[in-house]
Each structure stands twice: as structure tokens, then as C-alpha cells.
Design a protein. Structure first.
Length: 124
């Protein structure tokens, strides 16, 4: 997932917890696709890699932090989500490497046209 936001505006904390620990997750199907309605249960077993802004992770850390007065997390569900994550912060910008293979649009198009198989759309 790219440019992920750790908040509940799209996916609830409870669903994020289930997703991050590898349990089955209910996914709502689009209602405008003929023959597909309701939900499907995603049972993926691949690791979840997420990229996002460090400031979003820092906000999650604040929500998950223990309140010294109560001894409890500021947000219990955010705390459960945070415990499921391994965060690797990148604080130094890495320069874009120089291209190592020269690119030629004409040669690429010729390669695709010569060896590629066109995808033909079949009318339903």
C-alpha cells in the first residue's frame, strides 16, 4: 500500500488490526459490477508493506502512547494497531540514481509491436 494514512477515515482500527496480523478481512465489493454483490473474505497470507508519511506514523504513536495520568493508551485501538507494525523511518533523502540503460521510445515500441501479443477485448 502506497501513501497509506493511519487513520479511520477509510478502514477502521479493528479492520486494520485484522489485516496487519494476517487474519481474513471482509472486503466490500463494488455494487456497480454485474454479478458481484456483497462482500468477499480476503485470506491473503503475504506480508503487508506500507509506505506513507512519517508524520502520520508519529500521529499514530501519539494516539497509541500511554497517558501518564491514567496509565492507559490515549486510544486503545490505535495502540493495538501500532503494536502490529514494524516501522522503518527513512529520514534522509536518497538521490535518484542515474539511468543505467539508455531508453529509446522508438526501439521500445518496435520491441512491443514485434514480440508482444495484443490484448483483445472480448465483448460480453
Amino acid at each position: 500500500m502506497d501513501e497509506w494514512r493511519f487513520d479511520t477515515s477509510i478502514i477502521s482500527w479493528a479492520t486494520q488490526c485484522v489485516l496487519y496480523d494476517g487474519s481474513p478481512v471482509p472486503i466490500t465489493r463494488p455494487q456497480n459490477v454485474p454479478g458481484q454483490t456483497g462482500h468477499v473474505l480476503y485470506r491473503g497470507s503475504a506480508p503487508v508493506f506500507v509506505t506513507g508519511k512519517l508524520s502520520d506514523v508519529e500521529r499514530l504513536d501519539e494516539a497509541a502512547a500511554v497517558n501518564p495520568v491514567t496509565g492507559q493508551p490515549n486510544d486503545a485501538e490505535a495502540s493495538v494497531v501500532r503494536r502490529r507494525l514494524k516501522v522503518y523511518p527513512f529520514r534522509t533523502r536518497i538521490p535518484k540514481p542515474e539511468p543505467q540503460v539508455p531508453y529509446c521510445g522508438h526501439c521500445f515500441a518496435e520491441l512491443v509491436c514485434q514480440y508482444g501479443t495484443p490484448l483483445v477485448h472480448q465483448a460480453a
